[in-house]
Design a protein around this ligand. Structure first.
Ligand SMILES: [Cu+2]
Length: 391
């Protein structure tokens, strides 16, 4: 990240990538019970990446790059035009001041640089976008589209269903889209201004106003930050309490004394609904929490284990975390899982519109002030398709 204030590059994210996916289908019958994919480990999300096509996968102005992945026999395999890069502007009101009854507005373009890769794993396309913003934010998005995994049934109408045995939705004649989940786990090796970082859970706690406060207000909230010392203290199920999750560099402070950091802005929380002793969930125990922090270990890259395809669940992120290693002021890795519970609907058939999830790594006391202030104002040009309507 280039910091315009100090005119130098600063470290934020050493490496961030898709680590594993877990797609369990919710039909326990003989024909379906085993369909509990680990898409990256079973198939290879890099190997399944597809060449992108202008105007179909990417808008005008995109630049394409080839990619090289390890093939099934370990030899390098080149996939042409597999990465798309584009920048785009969304103009927005940035600052708004009223001074001496005179209205002054300042506007900056919100220019994003987006890198996209699409991987087609079986019946689904996964669109993974990395978006870099002038504010210092890094947004990672994942879009799901493709063809539902369906099964044949004798029914053509819900009134014909005699018992709860279809495990999904009738989406067409004699066709059921089976209920399932998508859990998408990212490995985020953050290095905020260097490797030694800490993970802070900053809980927002409701307080009653002190009796000495002489106002009608009865309550407020305040922050209660706690630095996680070991892995056990850094396992997070999102949505259970109000807290900010921040990776900080405790050795670097702003001029006002705040620790420099980046926080996780998550997508709506979603966790596994299988029971803990169900075999697929043991193999995919890395989804038991939305967020994990581990100390950097070069062998811990794939959340479902190195050989996920034949995994018995003894080499997953959940097993590594049981060592409960120290993580304070260390080179740490954040693991974050976006989850989707997918109850198919008729609109998802025969192909489904893209379903998207996004999360953001957002600077938190990383800069001395809003870094967008350093960007250049918009040049006003006459745009034919942006003319105000005159009544
Ligand atoms: Cu789905």
């Amino acid at each position: 990240m280039f910091d315009m204030d100090v005119r130098k590059y600063r470290q934020v994210l050493y490496k961030g990538h898709l680590s594993e996916m877990f797609i369990p289908y919710m039909d326990p019958s003989d024909d379906w019970f085993f369909i509990t994919y680990l898409d990256c480990g079973d198939f290879g999300c890099g190997q399944c990446a597809v060449s992108l096509e202008p105007y179909r996968d990417c808008p005008a102005g995109a630049v394409f790059m080839d990619g090289v992945f390890a093939g099934q026999d370990g030899t390098p395999a080149k996939i042409p035009n597999v990465i798309m890069i584009i920048s785009y502007d969304i103009i927005h009101d940035f600052c708004f001041y009223i001074y001496m009854l005179m209205q002054i507005t300042e506007v900056r373009p919100d220019v994003s640089l987006v890198a996209r890769i699409v991987t087609t794993v079986g019946n689904y396309d996964y669109i993974v976008d990395y978006e870099f913003k002038p504010s210092g934010s890094i947004k990672l998005g994942v879009g799901l589209t493709g063809v539902l995994e369906v099964k044949p049934v004798e029914y053509t109408h819900t009134s014909e269903i005699k018992e709860d045995d279809i495990h999904g939705t009738i989406v067409a004649d004699n066709t059921v889209g089976v209920n399932h989940d998508h859990f998408v786990t990212f490995r985020l090796d953050l290095d905020i201004d260097g490797s030694p970082n800490s993970f802070v859970r900053n809980e927002l706690v409701t307080k009653r106003s002190a009796k000495s406060v002489n106002t009608p207000r009865k309550s407020y909230w305040t922050t209660s930050p706690k630095t996680a010392k070991t892995e056990a203290e850094a396992r997070v199920k999102l949505g259970l309490r109000a807290e900010e999750l921040v990776v900080v560099n405790p050795n670097r402070k702003t001029k006002h004394g705040n620790e420099v950091g980046y926080r996780l802005l998550s997508s709506p929380p979603s966790g596994p609904l299988l029971v803990q002793d169900d075999y697929p969930q043991i193999r995919a125990a890395f989804t038991n929490y939305n967020v994990w922090i581990t100390p950097y270990n070069r062998s811990e890259v794939w959340a479902g284990g190195l050989y996920a395809d034949r995994s018995h669940g003894d080499d997953t992120l959940a097993v590594w975390s049981q060592r409960n290693r120290e993580i304070e002021n260390k080179d740490i890795v954040m693991w974050y899982t976006i989850g989707f519970h997918h109850v198919p609907s008729q609109e998802d058939f025969p192909t489904m519109p893209t379903l998207s999830g996004v999360f953001e790594l957002r600077p938190t006391n990383f800069f001395e002030q809003n870094p967008v202030l350093k960007s250049k104002p918009i040049k006003i040009t006459t745009a034919k398709n942006c003319t105000p309507k005159n009544d």
